[in-house]
Write a protein that binds this ligand. Structure first.
Ligand SMILES: *Cc1c(COP(=O)(O)O)cnc(C)c1O
Length: 379
């Protein structure tokens, strides 16, 4: 906030004395690479998600690649991916050699993947579907899981927006065969760079653990403790490890998460109330399913031109906005993905992401809304 020149930033982090102390303890311990604090962070995440097979990793993109690799996706396989997500949801899949087929959103009021897209797009080579809980709002999970099951597809949840979101009391990210999280600083909790992947199946988790660390059969930490003296290498692996500094940060941030998400929820409601009177912008309901993690505050303008005007009016007041996301179908690198995703492309042209983070005050939300309503001619 202080270093940016923006009056109101899109995102911000909450870092306190507990984080500083946790990092200091790691530095004093002298053990910085993956070890006991990582195990502690993984246990805490597992408790929060209600699932035992959790791997903390280097970032959310590594988590997606690791999920796809541990589920044994590869060349010749096709995976259905929403067109309206961060490109990493698709890139993590493509990194295995599998190809991506883009699916459309439900509507301008509900950006998540349309479950009927699975029926439209699934063919003999289709092996999996990626789902995104857009902005932290649970996707239509029951219909998506049912469609995946009809076609015998694995389900990978990109839950980068959705840590703390639930459907019928079940944690988003722990509903499919694998779920991935990001702890990048603009997410609901942060470790700097960082991520996690969870697996429903213990064997997939074991493959993921080996792939995270070069497919070696023992870890540096085991060898340090004298539990192992050598190792074998079973295949082509990666270095996707997190470290103790980030893991210690993660455990503290996870403890803060319920409060951080509650604040995001109250601010999101404020946006919804203040903009409800407008006839030219709408705050999408995103389906209203389960409990949201309130990652993004989004509006939809009545035209692409108005969206661009709003963006400019807010920028002139030094209020930072963004667009989540340009549809993946419009990227050069995905020109071959034979996509027909008109709703996702319209959302990308008409939506705007407004500032949302736990350091925002109600007055800040009111100011953003005042600028929006002045620009629409409604205030
Ligand atoms: C942030 C994000 C990622 C990537 O996470 P990194 O930690 O930045 O690699 C993937 N998917 C979605 C939807 C995200 O928002």
């Amino acid at each position: 906030m202080t270093e940016s020149g923006w009056r109101i930033t899109l995102a911000d982090v909450v870092i306190g004395d507990e984080e500083r102390q946790a990092v200091d303890e790691v530095l004093r311990s002298g053990w910085l690479s993956m070890g006991p604090r990582t195990e502690e962070f993984e246990r805490a995440l597992g408790a929060a998600l209600g699932t035992p097979n959790v791997l903390a990793v280097a970032n959310g993109t590594a988590a997606l690649h690791l999920a796809a690799a541990a589920l044994e996706l590869g060349p010749g396989d096709e995976v259905i991916v929403p067109a309206l997500t961060f490109v990493a949801s698709a890139a993590g899949i493509r990194a295995t050699g599998a190809s991506v087929v883009l699916g459309d959103s439900l509507s301008l009021d509900d950006f998540a993947l349309d479950p009927t897209e699975i029926d439209r797009l699934a063919g003999p080579a289709t092996r999996a579907v990626v789902i995104l809980h857009y902005g932290g709002y649970p996707a239509d999970v029951d219909a998506l899981l049912a469609a995946a099951e009809r076609h015998g597809l694995l389900v990978i949840e990109d839950a980068a927006h959705a840590l703390g979101a639930t459907v019928d009391g079940r944690a988003c990210g722990a509903l499919g065969d694998a779920g991935t999280f990001s702890f990048f600083p603009n997410k609901n909790m942060t470790t700097g760079e960082g991520g996690a992947v969870v697996f429903a199946d213990e064997q997939a988790a074991e493959r993921g653990r080996r792939l995270r660390s070069h497919e070696m059969t023992t870890l540096t930490w085991d060898r340090h403790r004298g539990h192992a003296s050598s190792y074998d290498v079973l295949g082509l692996g990666f270095n996707y490890r997190i470290d103790e500094i980030r893991a210690a940060l993660g455990t503290v941030q996870l403890g803060r998460l319920p409060q951080l998400n509650e604040t995001r929820g109250a601010l999101s409601e404020r946006y919804r109330k203040r903009l409800a009177a407008s006839e030219r912008v709408a705050v999408p309901s995103q389906g209203g399913r389960g409990r949201s993690a309130y990652h993004l505050a989004t509006l939809v303008a009545d035209s692409p031109e108005l969206r661009d005007e709003l963006r400019e009016a807010l920028r002139a007041e030094r209020i930072q906005t963004s667009v989540h996301y340009p549809a993946i179908s419009t990227f050069t690198a995905y020109a071959g993905s034979r996509a027909h995703v008109p709703r996702a492309e319209e959302i990308a042209a008409r939506s705007l992401t407004l500032p949302l983070h736990p350091n925002l005050r109600f007055e800040d939300v009111d100011l953003v809304c005042d600028v929006v309503l002045r620009a629409t001619g409604e205030a």
